[in-house]
Design a protein around this ligand. Structure first.
Ligand code: SAM
Length: 303
């Protein structure tokens, strides 16, 4: 029986195709095209709207860098908000921090959660039922615009700036995230592939610079995101949070008894903020523009 090849359709002039040894689930949900399949190299693969979101062999890279960089940078993070992240990977890493009293995850598509539990339970594990977790099915844009709660860290584990996720890459959304942060709280968002999409990095950095005093993009190497290093972007008004002292990070990871991480280390944390010149140039200009443009600084996507 000929096996099906499933293509990523995100990049305009090139495509990656993955062989599906078995298609486990495929559906157009109320929000997006969702397909989950087995691949002999990457394990179980989740694709949304034609873009690989995660694979079971390398998801730890992205999930550890999304969760541990902001939470290790904070002295005592208690309240955490995750926007998106329906696969449960970021929430799993957040709950490793013994300081976290409650983590709220706001996911727009219930089917992403249900299919994660059914087809790749080794990623969410029991995080959705953890007494410290609160799961909300809602549009992240609406949730942050209406919430009265305040968070020490907000982690935006969205999909690409297309479909339901486009609004999560806008000034309006980031501004409401800032409003929902405690003083000196940290906002982190995924920020695409800077080599191929420098405008995505520039847009988010510009808006962050117009809203916060510290903006610090960092990189990780995510094997299944084809196209070079993957960017995450961090913003805060707490200048100390981005000083990255390796010894202090070592003390924190031990104090929180977090072990067996497969990507994040204190040195990887500090090294992740060292950007290659082509990305550094984009960031330097975007920060300058954001400071100058203020309220009129535009993001990569607009509502
Ligand atoms: N790690 C992945 C990546 O970087 O591509 C992202 C994973 S996660 C699966 C992305 C999640 O964001 C999806 O579950 C999707 O349903 C959710 N999402 C998209 N738009 C959303 C919105 N407006 N509000 C809340 N969740 C949203």
């Amino acid at each position: 029986m000929t096996k099906r090849w499933i293509e990523e359709t995100f990049h305009p002039h090139w495509r990656v195709a993955l062989e599906a040894s078995k298609v486990l689930f495929e559906k157009k949900t109320d929000h997006q095209d969702l397909v989950i399949f087995e691949n002999d190299t990457w394990g179980t693969v989740l694709m949304l709207d034609g873009v690989v979101q995660l694979t079971t062999i390398d998801e730890f890279v992205y999930h550890e860098m999304m969760a541990h960089v902001p939470l290790m940078a904070l002295e005592n993070p208690k309240r955490v908000l995750v926007i998106g992240g329906g696969d449960g990977g970021v929430l799993r890493e957040v709950l490793k921090h013994s300081t976290v009293e409650q983590a709220t995850m706001v996911e727009i598509d219930r089917e992403v959660i249900d299919t994660a539990l059914k087809y790749y339970p080794q990623i969410p594990l029991d995080t959705f039922d953890n007494p410290r977790s609160e799961i909300v099915i809602d549009d992240g844009l609406k949730f942050v615009a209406q919430t009265d709660e305040r968070f020490d860290a907000i982690i935006i584990d969205s999909s690409e700036p297309i479909g339901p996720s486009a609004v999560l890459h806008t000034r309006e959304f980031f501004k409401d995230c800032k409003r929902a942060l405690n003083e000196d709280g940290i906002l982190v968002t995924k920020n695409g592939l800077p080599f191929l999409f420098p405008d995505h990095l520039a847009g988010t950095t510009r808006v962050f610079a117009s809203l916060f005093s510290c903006v610090a993009p960092y990189l990780c190497t995510q094997p299944c995101y084809f196209g070079g290093p993957f960017a995450l972007n961090l913003a805060t008004d707490d200048g100390l949070a981005t000083t990255n002292n390796t010894a202090a990070l070592e003390k924190r990871v031990n104090a929180r008894s977090i072990t067996a991480l497969k990507y994040w280390t204190p040195h990887v944390h500090t090294g992740a903020f060292a950007l290659p010149a082509y990305a550094k140039n984009v960031v330097t200009k975007a920060i300058k523009d954001g400071r100058t443009q203020g309220e009129s600084a535009k993001g990569y996507a607009s509502i």
